[in-house]
Structure formats: C-alpha cells, structure tokens
Design a protein around this ligand. Structure first.
Ligand code: NDP
Length: 287
C-alpha cells in the first residue's frame, strides 16, 4: 500500500492562518502589530530570494517587515550596531540575520547571532533559547524542526510512546528535533556519521526524520513498514532538480506516511517563521 503523502502546502497554509489570526488578536487587544527585521549582508542571490519570500509572507499576514540591506564589506562592529538598534526598537519583535555571512565576518557568526536579544531571536539559535528548549521552558524554537513537529501533530500522527529516530545532529535541525520529540514523550535516538549499522537503528523507528544533506540516503530497506518518514533534506542534483535525503519513490511503498521533496518540509519553514514572530510579540507583551 502506498504511503499517505504529507503535503507541505496544506500544513504551511494552516500555520499561516494561525499566525494571521494571532497577529490580528494582538492588534485588537494591545494595538500592537508584530514586526520582523531581516538583515542581509552582501549580495548572495539565494539569500536575496529567501529574504524576499520572508518579506512577502509578512505582508500577506499583516506582520510589519523591514529588510535591512548592508554592503558586502560590512564590518562586525557595524553589524552588531545594527542589531543593537533593532534590539531597542519596539516596532521589531523578531530579528533574523540571513546566513551565510560574507567571509570577513563569517568566523564571528556565533557572536553576531548571540547579540540578538533572546526574546527577539525568531530563528531560535540563541543559547538561551536552546537552553529553554532542552529544559522544557517556553522559548523560541528553530523553524524547521518546530514545523515538522507541528505537522506531525496536525496530521494526527501519534508521537507519545513511539520510537523516533533522527539522522543528523546539527544545531538547526537534528538536535532541536530530538528535544521537541522528547517533549512529546517519544523515545528518541539520534544518529550521525559515526553511527554503526545505521539501517538496524532506523528500522526501529515509528517516526524517522532524515536531516543528512545526502540525496536518496534513506532507502526502502532502512524503513519499518508503516513508519512516518519526514525528509528535511534539500539537495540540488541538477540546476533545476531538487531531491531530499529519502529515496521517495521506493520508500513511499513501505512507509505509512511520507513528506515529498520538493513540496514537503521546505514549505513549512517560512510559514513557521511567521508564527515565531507572532509568538515573540506575544511573549514580549506578556513579559
Ligand atoms: P548538517 O550538514 O549540519 O548536518 C548533517 C548531519 O548528517 C550531521 O550530523 C552528520 O553527522 C550527518 N551525516 C552525514 N553523513 C552521514 C552518514 N553517512 N550517516 C549518518 N549521518 C550522517 O546539515 P543540516 O542539519 O543543516 O541540514 C540537513 C539537510 O536539511 C540539508 O540537506 C539541508 O539543506 C536541509 N535543510 C532543510 C531545511 C528546510 O527548510 N527544509 C532547513 C535546514 C536544512 P556528523 O555530525 O557526524 O557529521
């Protein structure tokens, strides 16, 4: 039997509707419009597309949005001064520094991201937010794994008591995903490049999350029949051809539910960013 296909657009639409409703409620109740500032340094064409998409999404949902374009030659001090000004700006509830940074400041990435006030860190990368996630306190959570969790919940896929396996231990996907699934009472295993006999681990999973960055890495023999397979990977194998980390055509014949690439998790990330901006505004108003 072919798997249920978890279409990203359906869930992203739900996230956007939720964000819009919550933004309207904040306006009505407090007279506050949630605001996002995105800083883009240099002229990376892919980054420019991502930033434009974020700006358009904000406009569609009634979220105030500022794009701050800084030249390629920007120094660390200049960028930190911009972040400080946004930290102090009441119209801005969320700040995002688009990565990658130009090479002269890339080595200071941690210091730059940590300058964002944790309450405005809508990427959820600040160590304070990481600590909150690990200790189960309310905070801002990275958009991609949070989107995956919300999608599982909206799709009605059971998590409590289930075995979850994540392939990949990055700070932006794998590790937050581990804590999110754990917070919903899954029994979670996280795998990486040193894991031995990976297929024997992945075959245990009721929920399998692939965040590896290798085309078609997860094959049908690695998947337990009926499992839910979430493919976070985005791999460009030709100028106009994107594939995930999962061999979709083969795995969909074994899995119970699966996300496609493109059209799956990728669509959740920007929609979840909108929710994070609104959540940031809510948290700042309640502080
Ligand atoms: P990273 O490169 O930071 O991490 C990859 C992880 O995969 C590492 O933990 C690495 O292990 C592990 N890995 C690599 N090779 C193997 C192997 N042979 N066996 C087991 N584990 C292995 O990637 P990201 O987490 O940043 O991204 C993962 C994928 O998700 C990429 O394709 C990226 O483009 C995509 N992505 C998609 C997003 C979206 O919006 N849909 C958002 C963010 C990322 P080790 O730690 O040992 O090196």
């Amino acid at each position: 039997m072919t798997a249920r296909i978890l279409e990203g657009k359906v869930f992203a639409q739900q996230f956007r509707e939720d964000a819009k409703k919550k933004a309207e409620a904040l306006k009505e109740k407090y007279g506050v419009q949630p605001g996002l500032a995105v800083i883009i340094v240099g002229e990376n064409p892919a980054s420019q597309v991502y930033v434009r998409n974020k700006h358009k999404s904000c406009e569609a949902l009634g979220i105030y949005s500022e794009v701050i374009e800084m030249p390629e030659s920007t120094t660390k001090e200049e960028l930190l001064a911009r972040i400080d000004a946004l930290n102090a700006n009441d119209k801005i509830h969320g700040i995002l520094v688009q990565l990658p940074l130009p090479k002269q400041i890339a080595s200071h990435e941690s210091e730059i991201l940590e300058r964002i006030r944790p309450e405005k860190d809508v990427d959820g990368f600040h160590p304070v937010n990481v600590g909150r996630l690990v200790t189960g306190q309310p905070g801002l959570v990275p958009c991609t794994p949070f989107g995956c969790l919300r999608m599982l919940e909206l799709a009605g896929i059971p998590i409590d008591g289930k075995r979850a396996v994540i392939i990949g231990r990055s700070n932006i996907v794998g590790k937050p995903m581990l804590h999110l699934l754990l917070s919903r009472n899954a029994t979670v295993t996280i795998c990486h490049s040193h894991t031995q006999d990976l297929p024997s681990v992945t075959r245990e999973a009721d929920i399998l999350v692939a965040a590896v960055g290798r085309p078609h890495f997860v094959t049908a023999d690695m998947v337990k029949p009926g499992a839910t397979v979430i493919d976070v990977g985005i791999n460009r194998i030709a100028p106009k051809k994107l594939v995930g980390d999962v061999d979709f055509e083969a795995v969909k014949e074994v899995a119970g539910a699966i996300t496609p690439v493109p059209g799956g998790v990728g669509l959740l990330t920007v929609a979840m960013l909108m929710e994070n901006v609104v959540r940031a505004a809510e948290m700042q108003l309640q502080a």
